[in-house]
Structure formats: C-alpha cells, structure tokens
Design a protein around this ligand. Sequence first.
Ligand code: GAL
Length: 412
Amino acid sequence: MFSFNCMTWKKGLAFSVIGLVVLGFFIIASYKQSTYVPQPADNRPPLALRPPMGWNGWNHFRCSPKLNEKSFKEIVDTIVGTGMRDAGYQYVSLDDCWQIGRGADGQIIVDPERFPSGIKALATYVHERDMFFGIYTSAGRLTCEKRPGSYGYEYIDTTTYASWGVDYIKVDWCGIEYLDTQTQYRVWSDAIKQTGRPMVLNIAIAAIETIENNAVWKWGHGMADSWRTARDLSDFWDDILRVADINTRYADYSRIGGWNDADMMQVGNGGMDLESYRSHFSLWSMMSSPLIAGNDVREMSPEIIKILTNKEVISINQDPLGEQAKVVTELDGVQVWVKRLYHQGDRAVAVLNRTEQEKTYYLHWSDAKLLPVVVYRDLWAEKPRWQPSFGSLKVTLLPHQILLLRVSGVDS
Ligand code: GAL
C-alpha cells in the first residue's frame, strides 16, 4: 500500500515539475513576444535612439571650394525654409576638405579661404537654427582626399571639435589600412567620451570590403552610433541595388543606438528619375539607415522636396522599434520587404520592381506574417487613405517603382 502511494506521489511530483517547466516556458515565451525592451549599447548610453537624419556636403560638392562659409549658410537656411528641418533633418555636416594642415602645436588648421570665420562660427549658425553640426575626419594620417587625418591626434581633435560645438563626427578609414579597425575606433570612442560632450560617432570605413576586421556591425555597438556597410553610393540605379543588397545582409545587427549606415543619400543629385529616387528613399527608410541628404538643397525641385520630406515615409525610418527591414520573397526581379513597427500588428511592406520592365505582382499578406484581412495606406499616394484588403493585393509597378505600404493587421 505504502509503495503504491509512494509511486503515485513520485509520479505526481514528476508531472507537476514537467507542468511547471512547460508553463514557465510559455510565460517566458509570451513575455518575450509581448514586451519590447530597447537594447542599450554596452559602454555608453545610446545617443542615436533613432537613425540620425541630416545633410552632408560630400555627394554633391566633393572637395569643391563651392562649398564654403557662404554656401553652407545658404544650405542651412534652405533646410529650414523647405521644411526639411521640421521633417527631422537635424545634423548638418561638412565632409572632407575643410582642413588644410596641422600646426606645430598639433592643432588642425581650417582652410581660411573657404571658412574665414572658422568652424565654430558655422556650428553656432547651425545651433541658432535649432539643428546640430557635424564634421569629418579620417582615423589615418591622411583623409581620403589626402588632407591631414587625425591619427595620433584623436584626443586633441575631439577636444577641438567639442570646443567648436560639434555634435556629430564621421570618421573615415583612409591612410591607415595597416592598423586594426576595432582598436582605432575604440580610441575614438574613448577620446569623445573624455570631452564630456555628447557627439555622435559615425564609423565610415570607405573601402570596407577590402579591410581586415571589417565586420563593424558586430563590434560597433557601444562604441559608435552608426557604421557604413558598403563602399560609397553613386547616383545610378544599379548602385542603389548594390548597396541595399549588401546592407540588408547585416539587418540582424542593427538596433537602437547602433545603426547600419547604407551611406549618404543621392536623392536629388540628378542621376536618376523620380521613381528611382522614391525607391531609394523608401529603401533607406525601410533599412533604418541614417537619412543624410546629399544634394544641393538650394536647387531642389518641388518633387524632390516632396520625396525628402514625406513624413509618413520618414516615420517608417524613425519607428521606435528600430528594426531593419528584411526581404521576405523575391520573384522575377520583384522583391517584398517587410519591417515590423512598434505598434503591434503594424508593418511597413514594400514591393520593389528592380527591373527595367513593368511588372505585375500578387502581394500576399501571409508573407508579412499577418492574417488575410488587413488595412493599409499607400505612403506615396497623393492622399494616402486606409483601405481594406483580403488575402492579397494585385500590384502593378513601373520600372524601378516601389509600392510602400503601412499595414495594420493581426499577427498570424
Ligand atoms: C570616402 C567616404 C566618402 C567621403 C570621402 C571624402 O572614402 O566614403 O563618404 O567622406 O571619403 O574624402
């Protein structure tokens, strides 16, 4: 009798333990699914809680003296006047060629012809208009345009930048190929920290594919706020696809505080049609890439302004969940990209025609992991409205066209 009772008791205990383990598993699993926890960077508080937005002179002006104190201020004024600032563009930055030498005291020397009032005056001009100021240097002895780099002067330069009121530093990797990337960018991170001024660090390894220890998306968190994943972006369609394809490989590594940077944008630089620029802007938004305009904003057409200031598309880029979109299906040159958004059941869904022919495609909501009935908004439509859709949506796309939807539904 006793042994029978003992067996029952043991069995009961075993079942209870198993039951508790299973229950615990479901509680943890559902907790993980329902609770969004931002993941802070390892050794410093994240500065870029959203992908940084702004303007940089490189893609349009390169090293040209046409970008100088006067034109830079005009550009700042135009960013305000066209509504770009209010749409979110915050960091207005100089790229290479503002520096011409280094004094015996180690201080960097600013080109006096292009910037006669100095860099601090420019930063102040930007701050007075409620924006932030950014600057460029290289981790090496030389920049990519053979100007003086910062190697060995990291602490002096970050101290100088802080005294000028710099808010964002893009650090390139020219003139230094023989050193270790991770070690050198750690020096940058520490040098910025000792200034006590919060300055965003953008790691911009130009020739990234050919550099050793180039997987910055793995080691950059906690050190920097964003990092380039591919070589420089040019102003033609195949290059947009090249960079998007590379950048999307690292989607899992991008998160709040540390973003994959697909490079400064080419929207409005004249090499592509409006359809291609809309797709370029949409893809950068889907990929949570920094949105850094790179055109001469003083010469923008109303259509380009409309693209760069499309607030609903920007809100996909700036979504608080901070996820990077992924390609979920691809058929005959048409891709479906999906990005989970903060609001439960919401997705950004893009259908991209990569080809030179018109395409018809059936978009199935199950591809976006939603139940068959959803409502959606077309973010490039003249007047986007919520519309219901059942099962799938028939999409016809011009060459290079993208359909970008904000979709609300029930998770499948
Ligand atoms: C490149 C970098 C560009 C630009 C240029 C300046 O290597 O990727 O974005 O900064 O250097 O020389």
